[in-house]
Design a protein around this ligand. Sequence first.
Ligand code: PLP
Length: 381
Amino acid sequence: MRSFGTTIFAEMSALAARTGSINLGQGFPDTDGPPAMLERAIEAIRAGVNQYPPGPGLPELRQAVADHRMRHYGLAYDPDGEVLVTVGATEAIAASVLALCEPGEEVIAFEPYYDSYAASVALAGARLVAVTLRPEGGRFTFDPAELRAAVSPRTRAVLVNSPHNPTGTVFTRQELEQIAAVCRDHGLVAITDEVYEHLVFDGVEHIPLATLPGMRERTVMISSAGKTFSVTGWKTGWICAPAPLVRAVQTVKQFLTFTAGGPWQLAVAHALRHELAWVAALRESLESKRDRLMEGLTAAGFGVLKPLGTYFVQTDIRPLGHADGMEFTRSLPELAGVVAIPTQVFYDHPERGRHFVRFAFCKKDEVIDEAVTRLKRLSTR
Ligand SMILES: *Cc1c(COP(=O)(O)O)cnc(C)c1O
C-alpha cells in the first residue's frame, strides 16, 4: 500500500482549512438529511439499540432494501441471504473485491475512477485494468472496442459506477448493454457502485446493470445511504446479490468490521420507506445548484461539461490558459480562495485527465455564488 499515501481529499481539505478557502473539493453536502430520519437514529440510541447488530445487518433494513429494489427496479432479492448491510459503499466495494478476486486476477474499471477502487484491488493482490472515459458530444463515454480489448484470461470482474463520480456521466441503456455483453461473454462478475442512483437530473433514468438480461445472477449491486439521504458520516451501505456471492462477501466483511452501526440502520430503513419525497426534493435542488455552478464556471472562463448525475461538474482549464490541473488546484486557493480536485488523480493514465478539474455543487447556494464570484477573478487577472 506504500504507493497510496494520503488521498487528494485529505490534502485539498487541509489546504482549504489552512487558507480559509471555499471547499468545492470533497463531495459532502453542507445541509442535513430528512429530520424524521435523524430523529429515528436518536430514538434508536435512546431505546438501547447500542450493541452489535447481527452480521448481515438488522432485518428491518434488509427488508427495506429488498422492498426498495423491487419497487424501483422490479428486482427481487431475498432479505435473508441476498442482502448484506455494510459500513458504507466503501466497505461493500472492498469486501466484494477481496471476496471475489484472487491474487493475480484482473478487475476492469472505468477511469477516472473513485479512488478506493485501486486501493481495494491492490489489497486483494489483483490488478486494475483501466478503460478510459473520454468527452464526446459533451459527456464522458467509453469506446466499446477498448472495453473488449481490456478483457484477458485473468479478468474476473468489472467495476461499474453509474451515475459516475467524478464525471457525472449516467450510462445509457446502450452503454450498459455493451458492458453486460462483455460480462456475459467472458463469465465476469459485475460489481456496481450505484451510490448516486437517486441523484440524476434532466429526467434521465438510472438503470441498474442487474436489470439487464442475464445480469442479476452475476451482479453485486452496491448502494449506500450517504449520498441519497445526505448523511455521508453515517457510513451505512448494502449489497444485493445472489446468495453465493453474498456469502462470499460476508465471509470477508465479518473480519473487516463484523457488522455495521445499529441506530443508523433503523433510521435508514425508515428513510427508504418514507423519505423518497425528500430525496426527490434534494434531486431538484441539486439540479438547480448544478445549473448555478455551471453558469458561474462558464462565465469565469472554464470549459464546462454538463453532468447528468452526482454532485460533480468537470471543467476544462485550458480556456483559462492553464494546462495542468494539479498545479492549477494547488495554486487556486492563492489565486481565487477556492479549492477543487484535480481529476488526473483518478486515472491510471494521468495525462488523459491532466486538464480537467472537478468542482462539487452539493453546497448552499450562497457558498456556490461566493465561489463563483471569486473564480471570476481568474480571467480578469
Ligand atoms: C461517496 C462514494 C462512495 C462511498 O460511499 P460510502 O457509503 O460513504 O462508503 C463510493 N463510491 C462513490 C462513487 C462515491 O462517490
